[in-house]
Design a protein around this ligand. Sequence first.
Ligand SMILES: CC(=O)N[C@H]1[C@@H](OP(=O)(O)OP(=O)(O)OC[C@H]2O[C@@H](n3ccc(=O)[nH]c3=O)[C@H](O)[C@@H]2O)O[C@H](CO)[C@@H](O)[C@@H]1O[C@H](C)C(=O)N[C@@H](C)C(=O)N[C@H](CCC(=O)O)C(=O)O
Ligand SMILES: Nc1ncnc2c1ncn2[C@@H]1O[C@H](COP(=O)(O)OP(=O)(O)OP(=O)(O)O)[C@@H](O)[C@H]1O
Ligand SMILES: N[C@H](CCC[C@H](N)C(=O)O)C(=O)O
Ligand SMILES: [Mg+2]
Length: 486
Amino acid sequence: MKLKDLLHGVKIIETIGSTDLEISAVQFDSRKIESDSLFVAQSGTQVDGHDFIQKAIELGAVAVVCERIPADLNPNIAYILVENSAIALGFIASNLYGNPTQKLKLIGITGTNGKTTTATLTYNLLEALGYPTILVSTIRILIHGKEIPSSHTTPDILTLNKIFSEAVSAGCEFAVMEVSSHGIHQNRIAGLHFQMGVFSNISHDHLDYHKTFAQYIKAKKQFFDHLPKSADALTNIDDKNGIVMLQNSAAKRYSYALKTDADFKAKILENQFEGMLLLLDGKEFWTPLIGQFNAYNLLAVYSIARLLGFEQEEILTQLSTLKNVDGRFQSFITESGIVIIVDYAHTPDALENVLNTIQNIRTRNEKLITVVGCGGDRDKTKRPEMARIASAESDLAIFTSDNPRTEDPEIILTEMEAGVEPQNFKKTLKITDRKEAIKTALKLAEKNDILLIAGKGHETYQEIQGVKHHFDDMEITKELSNQLNK
Ligand SMILES: CC(=O)N[C@H]1[C@@H](OP(=O)(O)OP(=O)(O)OC[C@H]2O[C@@H](n3ccc(=O)[nH]c3=O)[C@H](O)[C@@H]2O)O[C@H](CO)[C@@H](O)[C@@H]1O[C@H](C)C(=O)N[C@@H](C)C(=O)N[C@H](CCC(=O)O)C(=O)O
Ligand SMILES: Nc1ncnc2c1ncn2[C@@H]1O[C@H](COP(=O)(O)OP(=O)(O)OP(=O)(O)O)[C@@H](O)[C@H]1O
Ligand SMILES: N[C@H](CCC[C@H](N)C(=O)O)C(=O)O
Ligand SMILES: [Mg+2]
């Protein structure tokens, strides 16, 4: 493709050299440059891509998009000066892949918790209704059933356009994606054409990256600030920041809520271990999912489908057949009758919701044991809060490692323990090795007791000292319960 065609829509400050060049590939990482490529230099959290322009040229780049023209200009190279390389990359990626999101109805879901659940259920619903769809989620990317592994909740913009163009070729009509705050802040969604933006909720997370809660809110809000007039913006107005998200949005505004008057409303009629009975827009329906947080997720899915033009009856018929998403409140009962729940709760709010849900469905006076840890190289301020909640809401909380990544697991655990209120000290244990922690929990549990294993959900690895080892909470718990005859 010609450089000038790739640059369509990009706000150019200055061009040096010819834009009539033929470009074979686009890349933002100098280490992956091939011959005749366009290199887009962008600053990052670790290094500045501008420092790798020379390297990229040596490896075959023939054109460079940058925010600063290098001092040592190469006469054989075209330099395109822009204000923001990441935004420019959005347009370039979209041009490269034939503007795929103009050909799809793209729904973006943002919020601290519930994105994967809502996005996956929406994908499952649309597929069940007979519409080929692409899902972009933390767990996996699915192009009308074909799976591609996922490394980020919101992948980079080149990957996104590539997979969306594959989805168009596969005949997809809809696209459902998670929009993370990192993705918004780093312009990983630049140039995508959204038909709908959805906000689930906002609570404590990622303050390592955004620094303050206000900055975190601002990042999420930017998604809605940039939605076009033609789009729909759907928000949970039971969350006090739900309205804030939409206040500067040009999109058409819609709301959903369990507690407030809203465009789409739901009420929990029954909530049991086996499932929930909901009143959704005046109609009763049964779902195997449980807990208030899932009522919000299901209401969001229902509202999305209504806004897409589907009828209530057809939505509810299919929605009631949808099951839990991997690693989200996934449960089984062991041979000796212990109820195991594996859940991806890795924020204080998620943990509190899951523990409250368990409290609400407990019918007998069984013990609740929680095994939980906090990730390394991530928001440290979550640690004491999560430990405080786990110890207050459980009969026993066993603190253990999540993904320590490059951090010392003992330090993470000490930071967690600092949050335990004195009256709950005696209800806690610290077992650094996650497998040992689960084993101890199983040994201590008796028939009908509930064992919540929180934080890692669907993950199939544990990252220790920067190395990923195979680790699957569900698999290990089943293996240990068999070994222990529990
Ligand atoms: C902190 C963070 O989000 N980092 C992301 C970011 O990388 P970065 O800004 O650190 O990049 P950098 O290393 O400073 O490099 C800057 C630029 O120089 C380039 N470079 C670098 C070195 C070199 O030799 N040559 C070169 O050209 C890089 O390609 C980059 O363009 O941009 C990269 C490309 O898109 C991402 O892969 C990377 O994700 C890292 C691996 C990550 O762990 N991100 C997590 C925190 C994340 O994004 N999580 C969110 C939310 C999770 C959730 O709550 O669901 C997600 O969406 O997954
Ligand atoms: N609507 C909700 N409100 C609050 N908590 C929720 C909600 N939905 C799910 N949760 C809790 O949050 C956890 C993560 O859910 P999910 O994976 O759907 O969220 P996410 O926003 O995709 O998270 P991530 O940012 O890590 O990708 C669940 O395991 C559950 O404990
Ligand atoms: N997407 C989230 C996932 C956290 C999952 C938890 N198991 C951890 O490793 O902290 C993050 O990157 O912050
Ligand atoms: Mg997710």
